[in-house]
Design a protein around this ligand. Structure first.
Ligand SMILES: Cc1cc2nc3c(=O)[nH]c(=O)nc-3n(C[C@H](O)[C@H](O)[C@H](O)COP(=O)(O)O)c2cc1C
Length: 528
């Protein structure tokens, strides 16, 4: 079976690594004339407006991110209405800011995204809901509407494709996500397949938090028969790939058998004058695909156990703020304030309490089908601390079980962090850099090529949570790209054999003079 031929994921990862030599040998010049539009625009479908007046949020960001809400009770019936759906869609994939510029306006979204290219779209499959008949819908971020792709209740087909994943089987709504590769590959070429999961990950960090805050019991389902899901969504498998399914809400009523799903031939506007195909993306997507529900059910099986090595040096126990001292600002308001920090202030420190809180919240359990208990994760986190009050300068490994940072090497590593973060100023100036690494071999052995998708996605979710936690705590953050092997070498021998899945820089932001970046656009206006 293709998924077990893990040479494909290994090969893709290897060939898409950044190194100084490769960056020199293969510079990429952007063809601005051929820049793709950042939206999927259907030609002939009627737009169904979503409610634009969004109720203010009530759950604080840190509580929502760490999923400390919605677990208290197990409601048998929790059916999202139009307001709840609008909130989930807006705060995970909606337009939150517009930057007007002579070269063209940039529509910034709720979650960070490599190059602000926004190649990940959301879809809904639902039964009859208040004000929304059963169907499969596409979320149009550009005009804050839904467009119906299919009429009828197709949840049964998604449940079957996902090997009867129990959380899906009880949900009145399933949110699906998919990348249109070219929208990102225009700039990042073959690496766009990594980016599908990073950017899908930051989006899902928001989605999980917003949905949890509304008691909708979300879970990231990464195992499904790809061809079936892509057929249901009407995706073009040569250009688009489904990423994840997320159930929203609960219902005791089992879904009716899904109607037949004919081939959808829905026309969309061309993204740009011409598209370049990157076969390595299609090859890995296909090699990490699962064929049918039974294969998915076998794939899901048991989670990966990853024993932690014994500590070899001094431990610095995390000192997260007590929950009672967490900022009360609602999640939605933090999402509207979030952005990527463009300049860190080297003269101002983070506190160890702030860093600890962000790390603790970001590494809280992720409800997903590749993690079977509250503690399991595919990632190991490493940290370089440059300016953290209460923590010596140095390189650290996060010991999840002990909730402590293990000192790997003491020292001032600003210059090397700048180099590791692709020679940028941001990681050198940050207060701390957090590297998410994965030991890919056991992951591939357990999950096949699909494990590669899951590890990258988890990197994106942890990164997305770090963004939100940083903004909730009133400091700055930005995702970064990196020199793959040099990061591993830097943290070795501890990190020997591991691969970088995500890099986040955290620190105090230098305030810029107000830029012409307006908030709100014509998208929903949250009530203040
Ligand atoms: C995975 C990832 C990698 C990123 N890498 C970089 C980077 O190397 N340098 C940089 O300046 N910004 C980087 N960014 C930030 C994006 O440029 C930013 O998210 C995007 O422009 C949207 O802006 P916003 O985050 O302010 O909404 C990265 C973001 C993500 C999610």
């Amino acid at each position: 079976m293709a998924n077990e031929d893990v040479e494909v994921a290994r090969g893709y990862h290897e060939r898409t690594k950044h190194s100084e030599e490769r960056l020199r040998a293969s510079p990429h010049h952007l063809d601005w004339e051929n820049q793709p539009v950042p939206f999927k625009l259907y030609r002939d479908l009627e737009a169904i407006p979503l409610p634009r007046q969004l109720e203010p949020g009530t759950v604080s960001a840190l509580r929502a991110i760490s999923a400390l809400v919605g677990q208290e009770t197990e409601p048998t019936e929790q059916v999202p209405g139009p307001q709840a759906l609008a909130r989930v869609l807006y705060y995970s994939a909606g337009i939150t800011k517009v930057k007007r510029s002579p070269g063209g306006d940039v529509y910034f979204r709720a979650a960070s995204n490599t190059g602000a290219l926004y190649h990940v779209d959301l879809y809904l499959a639902c039964r009859d809901l208040p004000d929304l008949p059963a169907g499969i819908y596409h979320f149009g971020a550009h005009d804050f509407t839904l467009r119906r792709l299919r009429v009828g209740d197709y949840r049964g087909a998604f449940i079957e494709a996902a090997g009867v994943e129990p959380s899906l089987a009880q949900a009145p709504v399933v949110v699906a996500s998919a990348s249109t590769y070219w929208r990102n590959a225009w700039k990042y070429r073959e690496r766009a397949y990594r980016h599908a999961f990073w950017d899908g990950g930051t989006l899902h960090a928001n989605l999980l938090a917003v949905a949890a805050a509304q008691g909708l019991a979300p879970k990231v389902v990464t195992g499904f028969a790809d061809r079936d899901v892509e057929h249901l969504l009407g995706l073009d498998p040569a250009r688009e790939g489904a990423l994840a399914l997320v159930p929203l809400g609960r219902t005791a009523e089992p879904p009716v058998p899904a109607p037949d799903a004919h081939v959808l031939n829905l026309e969309t506007e061309p993204l740009s004058a011409r598209e370049i195909d990157y076969p390595a993306i299609r090859e890995l997507h296909s090699a990490s695909s699962l064929e049918h529900g039974e294969e998915v059910a076998r794939w899901r099986g048991v989670a990966l156990r990853r024993p932690e090595p014994d500590p070899l040096s001094e431990l610095f126990p995390l000192r997260p703020l007590a929950e009672a001292d967490w900022p009360a600002e609602p999640l939605e308001s933090v999402i509207l304030r979030r952005g990527s920090t463009r300049r860190f202030d080297v003269s101002r420190f983070l506190t160890f309490e702030e860093l600890s809180t962000a790390l603790a919240v970001a590494t809280g359990s992720i409800p997903a089908d590749f993690t079977d208990d509250r503690e399991s994760s595919l990632l190991d986190l490493y940290v370089i601390a440059h300016a953290v009050e209460g923590l010596p300068l140095g390189a650290y490994y996060l010991r999840r079980a002990e909730r402590a940072l293990e000192l790997l090497e003491q020292g001032e590593f600003r210059a090397i962090a700048g180099r590791l973060g692709l020679f940028q100023e941001l990681p050198a100036a940050a207060g701390a850099n957090v590297y998410c690494l994965a030991d890919l071999e056991p992951i591939l052995a357990r999950f096949g090529n699909r494990g590669y998708r899951a590890a990258q996605l988890e990197g994106g979710i942890v990164g997305g949570r770090l963004y939100l936690a940083a903004y909730a705590l009133h400091f700055g953050a930005t995702g970064l790209t990196f020199l793959d092997d040099e990061v591993t070498e830097f943290f070795s021998p501890h990190a020997e054999g591991k691969s970088v899945m995500f890099l986040m820089a955290l620190g105090r932001t230098v305030r810029r003079s107000p830029a012409p970046r307006s908030r709100g656009h014509s998208s929903p206006r949250p009530r203040q």
